[in-house]
Ligand binder design. Structure first.
Ligand SMILES: O=C(O)c1ccccc1NCC(=O)[C@H](O)[C@H](O)COP(=O)(O)O
Length: 381
């Protein structure tokens, strides 16, 4: 089968393959069959020859989902997202005057919404400088992707405690600057030396003082741990860009991305040989993600990205309710607010086999050596 990525880059209009662009260009078939956005024209969906790529797309569950039909009937991305319980809105510009601008659209409701709105502006500027096709080409020349899930699994078995994804972040909206002297390569090397299985590199500049350059420098420094690109992904462009800078995995946040975006982005990750860590905060997000095929890594974030409140009981609560189903899916990651060996044991007992930790390591003089303190023992490499 010709891959979606190949179809994207080779034969179809670029915009047609960006379900998360702010203009929300509708499905592939509408782009290639003028006028197919209305019900009558939708009959065209079944007209492609059996040997064409469009036949496969027409028969693809993704392109026949309710969400695609909702797009095609003109429903806005925010309306579709809201129907899935997503509270974070996109900074959608009105498509026609009657939609208005709406006073409430002008002000983000919380920090996550602010980050996403800033990200939309940032991504559109980056795309203008480096179009998708160029980033896809750059991704093809990147150092090969490494096995993120395999590294977590091996470390968990070796140490009998959750595998560590150690975070390289200078600052955060909730805590401000965590580390004045910030050398990403030094921190990454020290994490690796002290038993981290994987690393998470913050790439958002505005709110976390991170960068894609940090990702690239760490990747080129000889650090062997697989790297997660900790970014607020709203567009496939960012996934290709992360790969081009050497990332092995990307974060996808269920509080931000509708189901179809997650499915589509998962496919792109798979085609690129990358892993997606799908992050959830509550039961509703978890239930959405559990219905998606191909999810290998689910992160339960203990920090509300809307209020900043951290509560490790969130992991226990979600695992008590959905533990069996989640464990069958793959590896579970406990994220945020872990400071002591008791915190780590608590989420381990709840069922996680990996933890994502930033602040409690980064605020120590030597972040790598702080790992033993966090786990109550030295981790083997
Ligand atoms: O950390 C924040 O303040 C924050 C605010 C808004 C969105 C995301 C945010 N953090 C991302 C993370 O989830 C953490 O960096 C990660 O889980 C590590 O958490 P911690 O160990 O508490 O630094």
């Amino acid at each position: 089968m010709e891959s979606l990525v190949a179809a994207t880059s080779a034969s179809l209009p670029r915009a047609a393959f960006s379900p998360s662009s702010s203009s929300r260009t509708p499905s592939v078939l509408r782009a290639v069959v003028p006028g197919s956005g209305n019900a009558a024209a939708r009959g065209v969906r079944c007209a492609a020859a059996k040997d064409s790529v469009f036949y496969e797309l027409e028969h693809d569950e993704m392109f026949n989902s309710a969400e695609v039909f909702q797009w095609e009937s003109g429903k806005s991305i925010n309306a579709i997202a809201a129907a899935q319980g997503i509270r974070i809105r996109r900074l959608c510009r009105p498509r026609y005057p009657s939609e208005g601008t709406g006073a409430d659209r002008a002000v983000p409701r919380n920090i996550l919404e602010q980050i996403i709105w800033d990200k939309e502006v940032e991504v559109s500027q980056r795309k203008a400088k480096k179009p998708l096709q160029k980033v896809i080409e750059a991704a093809q020349h990147a150092p090969p992707p490494r096995d993120f899930v395999g590294a977590l699994d091996t470390a968990h078995r070796r140490n009998g405690v959750p595998a560590l994804i150690a975070e390289v972040k200078k600052a955060s909206p909730s805590r401000g600057v965590l580390r004045e002297h910030f050398n990403p390569v030094e921190i990454a090397q020290s994490y690796q030396k002290n038993g981290a299985a994987c690393l998470s590199i913050l790439t958002d500049e505005k709110h976390f003082q991170g960068s894609f350059e940090n990702m690239e420098t760490v990747r080129n420094s000889g650090v062997k741990c697989p790297l997660l690109c900790k970014e607020f992904v709203i567009d496939i462009w960012q996934i290709y860009y992360a790969r081009s800078k050497g990332a092995d995995a990307v974060l996808l946040i269920a509080a931000v991305l509708p189901d179809l975006d997650i499915k589509y982005m998962l496919r792109i990750c798979r085609n690129l040989g990358m892993t997606a860590l799908i992050e959830v905060h509550d039961e509703r997000e978890l239930d959405r993600v559990l219905k998606i095929d191909g999810v290998q890594l689910i992160g339960i974030n203990n920090r509300s990205l809307e209020t900043f409140e951290v509560d490790t009981a969130n992991t226990t609560m979600l695992l008590e309710r959905r533990g069996d189903i989640i464990r069958n899916k793959g590896i579970l990651v406990g994220e945020s607010g872990l400071f002591t060996p008791e915190d780590v044991s608590y989420v381990h007992n709840a069922g996680v086999s990996a933890v994502l930790v930033g602040e409690s390591l980064l605020t120590r003089d030597d972040p790598g050596r702080a790992i033993a303190g966090l786990f109550g023992k030295e981790l083997l490499r």
